[in-house]
Design a protein around this ligand. Structure first.
Ligand SMILES: [Fe+2]
Length: 246
């Protein structure tokens, strides 16, 4: 089985479109979405509608999805993120609002072998930053592999005999071979707002037969995504950071 694992699109339709175009010629059996479809970017409705057409095998909510649909307080967000939440609340259609409101809380188990979550398997809003966090997270899922998002950094943590090792996936394409007897916590990176100083949209393809996870970065129309943000009078910092990948 080949799974497209994607997360943190954040209302960036240009980035999401580039990802879907890139995988068009690849065989994808299932889609796994780890949340944060909206927030920051200027195309929340387009992104939600596109995700719906993919019929993901599993999809969980992110903190921005919760805030937009009123399930979480906007007060936990910094002023720039909060203003994007308010803008999104004012522009999301009723149908898409209902969809965000009903998204599942993570973790979710898929095909008995994969756990997915937004932040961490023990707390959907927690940021896994570093091996200490990862070591704790390994205690909260039983499957050989867990995919997470939220930090916007492509990262692999492996656990063997209680030892945890983290690797940042640098560059525009990487392949991780999954070893028997090793468990993995994997972040595919963010589609719509990468923060690792690489502006390209990030995602991963997990091949359960080949036992590989391939990480990709694709270029997209950053100028158009920025223009839409500025046209909507969203904070200009949200446009600027897209070209910098921060
Ligand atoms: Fe996010």
């Amino acid at each position: 089985m080949r799974y497209l694992v994607f997360t943190d699109i954040h209302g960036n339709m240009e980035a999401f479109h580039a990802v879907l175009k890139f995988i068009q010629k690849k065989r994808i059996d299932h889609y796994l979405c780890l949340g944060d479809l909206v927030g920051y970017g200027a195309s929340p409705n387009e992104v939600v509608q596109k995700v719906l057409t993919l019929r993901p095998l599993s999809i969980v909510r992110g903190n921005h999805d919760k805030a937009v649909s009123g399930l979480d307080s906007v007060q936990t967000f910094n002023p720039i993120a909060a203003s994007a939440i308010y803008w999104t609340k004012g522009h999301i259609t009723k149908k898409n609002f209902d969809f965000l409101y009903r998204l599942q809380k993570s973790p979710e188990i898929v095909h008995e072998t994969i756990t997915i979550c937004h932040g961490a398997p023990f707390d959907e809003d927690y940021y896994i930053f570093g091996e200490f966090d990862a070591a704790e997270a390994f205690g909260y899922f039983q499957t050989p592999i867990c995919f997470f998002g939220h930090t916007h950094f492509p990262f692999v943590y492996s656990e063997k005999d209680q030892a945890v090792e983290g690797t940042f996936l640098e560059g525009n394409s990487n392949e991780v071979k999954l070893e028997k007897g090793v468990r993995y916590l994997i972040n595919p990176g963010s589609v719509g707002q990468p923060r690792d100083r690489n502006a390209r949209a990030a995602f991963a393809v997990y091949d359960s037969d080949a036992r590989t996870v391939k990480f990709f970065r694709v270029e997209y129309d950053v100028a158009e995504a920025k223009k839409k943000i500025l046209d909507e009078k969203l904070p200009s910092a949200l446009a600027e950071r897209l070209s910098l990948g921060i």
